[in-house]
Design a protein around this ligand. Structure first.
Ligand SMILES: Cc1ncc(COP(=O)(O)O)c(C=O)c1O
Length: 379
């Protein structure tokens, strides 16, 4: 019995091979039950409003994240997606407020291959009172010496994707966060593509901020994103997009009195959504102690793809530079995708090639089928 056999039965899987885990993970079978128990039952079965039980879901979500990333629950704030989290964060930082710097604009460093939405936010959140410096896409994001030339003392904030969605690359995260600290540059880490597949210890790494979601390797719902703040910054962050749940005492109901919440929840806003966090709290709990196991299995299947199709690999060979995704460049990728889709193998296509992301519920058969279709297609 291999690893995936022990886990497959916990997930809703259909016929064919599902290798789109960089996009949306498969739902746990327990999802339906947890929606019934934690979301619907408190709403359907009593004559009271369900907020007390619903808010317990948010506690489960933030505690699950604390376990997953080895940190404290009160340092996490639920967010609807990363773009919104980053907008709120950038607007809240006194360090980026140009009025503190005279006429000099604050500088943000990011990579040209970051997820575009993150660039859109950086360009717009501060009304152009910020200069964006890009690590050019020709320079590999995996090499610290490329970053070193750009991550200088002039940079106020560096945005680091732990891994990159279209290239299958992993950033040298520890070295980058250390370099940022040496330069007194704030660091924001994007774990959208790495949460649940690459272990990450926030207590050890201690970046300034982190944003992430639950919808990919964590098999949670969309709409269950999060913002994490290093404890030292909570007091100084002053979010502009607030609501009664950002207030220290949401139930005070005094329009003349607002105090920022003492925890990361100062970034929360108005009446929160519950349902996506119900789903994500359950799946995060499931994965919190399994990330190393999932990664080991993922690397084993990645190695299998690399052995089978070495000439088509466009993502890193060195495991320390790999994300959870292998990229295949097959020359006529459009045709290859059509052949794979016809054979019920779910993958997708981006600029650098076809993205293939094996999770704990995938096995060698999925890889063999993929390799067979690819071989047939190119021959
Ligand atoms: C690296 C990375 N960052 C961010 C996002 C998503 O951002 P948002 O939640 O704002 O849609 C993605 C989505 O795939 C991603 O791959």
């Amino acid at each position: 019995m291999n690893n995936s056999d022990n886990f497959k039965h916990n997930f809703h899987l259909t016929d064919g091979s599902y290798l789109l885990n960089h996009s949306v993970g498969r739902p746990l079978k327990s999802t339906q039950q947890v929606i019934n128990d934690d979301f619907l039952a408190p709403w359907q079965q009593t004559n009271k409003e369900p907020w007390q039980q619903w808010l317990q879901t948010i506690d489960k979500f933030t505690h699950g994240l604390a376990n997953l990333f080895n940190s404290k629950a009160e340092l996490f704030c639920p967010q609807s997606n990363l773009s919104s989290a980053l907008t709120k964060l950038l607007m809240s930082l006194p360090q980026l407020n140009t009025s503190n710097k005279g006429i000099k604009k604050a500088k943000i460093l990011m990579s040209e291959i970051d997820f575009p939405s993150m660039g859109f936010v950086a360009q717009n959140a501060l009304n152009n009172h910020v200069e964006i410096v890009y690590l050019p896409q020709e320079l590999s994001v995996t090499e610290i010496n490329h970053w070193q030339k750009y991550l200088t003392k002039e940079i106020d904030l560096v945005f680091i994707s732990h891994v990159y969605s279209n290239t299958g690359q992993q950033a040298p995260l520890k070295q980058l966060v250390e370099l940022a600290k040496q330069n007194s540059t704030l660091s924001v880490v994007d774990v959208a593509q790495s949460a649940g597949i690459l272990p990450l210890d926030l207590t050890d790494l201690a970046p300034d901020f982190m944003i992430g979601s639950s919808v990919k390797w964590l098999c949670g719902s969309s709409g269950a994103a999060y913002l994490w703040l290093n404890e030292q910054h909570i007091e100084t962050c002053q979010p502009k997009d607030v609501g009664w749940f950002s207030h220290q005492n949401p139930f005070e109901f005094n329009i003349h009195h607002f105090d920022y919440h003492k925890s990361a929840l100062r970034f929360w806003g108005g009446t929160p959504t519950i349902l996506p966090y119900t789903v994500a709290a359950n799946s995060i709990k499931y994965f919190a102690d399994k990330v190393e196991l999932v990664r080991k299995h993922n690397v084993k299947l990645q190695n299998h793809i690399i052995e089978q199709l070495p000439e088509f690999i466009a993502s890193p060979f060195d495991v320390r530079q790999r994300s959870g995704t292998v990229i295949l460049n097959l020359v006529d990728n459009q045709k290859a995708i059509a052949a794979l889709t016809k054979n019920n193998i779910a993958v997708d296509l981006r600029e650098c090639g076809i993205r293939v992301s094996p999770h704990i519920y995938n096995d060698e058969n999925d890889i063999e089928r993929l390799a067979e279709v690819v071989r047939k297609h190119v021959s």
